[in-house]
Design a protein around this ligand. Structure first.
Ligand code: NAD
Ligand code: TYD
Length: 338
């Protein structure tokens, strides 16, 4: 089988390629990515010399580039991760989010339809469902969409488009809406790797607002396994909510990182809140549990040890990333927050 992965040079995409190469030795893997600030071929050093792996640089927002790659590669399956993925960046500059997440997904769907109705899995987020109150039930597949950031609105739009191609054109699609992932190769603009790397550099860690916003956390390989199961056994046209059963406030995450890194709370700097900051995300993943026998395998305390350890051992990787284009973004996002 030939699997074409978009956004495979990013955080989850590169973990997925490692996972696929390890678990599906016979398959051909084609990774298409434009290599934005978040795309990094260093994430794929372990697989780049494999005979069954190939990288092609294209921009999914360019229709002709997408059509050319899909029609020449003729994949059996497309798994689409490519997106602008960071909420704070979507507040600073929303346009790129509409371009890649909406137009880019549209181009992929069109190419999949025009080239023999290719099996298409769309990787999405729980953020499309909006923000929960402390006592609300977790999101599930029937929760109405209520996105509140340009990031989540653009992902919601892409989900709707993907579903429309199933109903209108019979494109064999599935969608997964997953909670916050954590693990290796996570770009150090996101909460966990930013805090871990700042602490290694003896810098302060900027906690937004009162630190009481809640996220549900899932070890990235558990997410990869969920997508694999959906591809093998998922029902065409369906959506699956994927979560970690690990709801934590940002304060809890912060204190866990401080404890593991033997640092004190004087490292915390409370800074102005994110605009429109969603209060709480939580996932009811009983559908994928009951239908596909999927459950998270990595528990939170093991996962936290593994992520801290990874960033301690891979300083060359993240120091290169942090000293590059990231520095400008950091200045824009964090200056004048206090
Ligand atoms: P990421 O930002 O680390 O990686 C995105 C990748 O897409 C990068 O390699 C980038 O170069 C590529 N890309 C961006 N624009 C492109 C374009 N126009 N053409 C081709 N490639 C392009 O993101 P991530 O955290 O790995 O997330 C991957 C997917 O999973 C996204 O669709 C995101 O919405 C979804 N998701 C992420 C999380 C999370 O916690 N990170 C949770 C649930 C769902
Ligand atoms: P993030 O990692 O950006 O993921 P998302 O917004 O997609 O959930 O943020 C996770 C949580 O951490 C979110 O509630 C915002 C908060 N946060 C901070 O408090 N400080 C920071 O510097 C960052 C990047 C995030």
């Amino acid at each position: 089988m030939k699997i074409l992965i978009t956004g495979g040079a990013g955080f989850i995409g590169s973990n997925f390629i490692h996972y696929w190469a390890k678990n599906h030795l016979e398959d051909e893997i084609v990774n298409v990515d434009v290599l934005t600030y978040a795309g990094n071929l260093e994430n794929l050093k372990d697989v780049e010399s494999l005979k069954n792996y190939k990288f092609i640089k294209i921009d999914i927002a360019q229709k002709d580039e997408v059509e050319k790659v899909i029609s020449s590669e003729k994949p059996d399956v497309i798994v689409s991760f490519a997106a602008e993925s960071h909420v704070d960046r979507s507040i600073l500059g929303p346009e790129e989010f509409v371009r890649t997440n909406v137009l880019g997904t549209f181009n992929l769907l069109e190419a999949a339809r025009q080239n023999g109705n290719i099996r298409f899995h769309h990787v999405s987020t729980d953020e499309v469902f909006g923000s929960l109150g402390p006592n609300d039930d977790p999101f599930n597949e029937a929760t109405p969409y209520d996105p509140r950031s340009p990031y989540s609105a653009s992902k919601a739009s892409s989900d709707h488009l993907v579903r429309s191609y199933f109903h209108t054109f019979n494109l064999p699609i599935t969608i997964s809406n997953c909670s916050n992932n954590y693990g290796p190769y996570m770009f150090p603009e996101k909460l966990m790797p930013l805090f871990i790397t700042n602490l290694i550099e003896d810098k302060k860690i900027p906690l937004y607002g009162d630190g009481m916003n809640v996220r549900d956390w899932l070890w990235v390989e558990d997410h990869c396994r969920a997508i694999d199961l959906i591809l093998q056994k998922g029902k065409i046209g369906e959506t699956y909510c994927v979560g970690g059963a690990t709801e934590k406030t940002n304060k809890e995450i912060t204190y866990k990182i401080l404890e593991l890194m033997k640092k004190g709370e004087e490292s915390i700097e409370f800074v102005a809140d994110r605009k429109g900051h969603d209060k709480r995300y939580a996932i009811d993943f009983s559908k994928i549990k009951n239908e596909l026998s999927w459950e998270p395998q990595v528990d939170f305390s093991d996962g936290m040890k593994m992520i801290v350890d990874w960033y301690q051992k891979n300083q060359v990787w993240w120091k290169a990333v942090k000293s590059g284009v990231y520095a400008d973004y950091y200045k824009k996002n964090y200056e004048n927050r206090n």
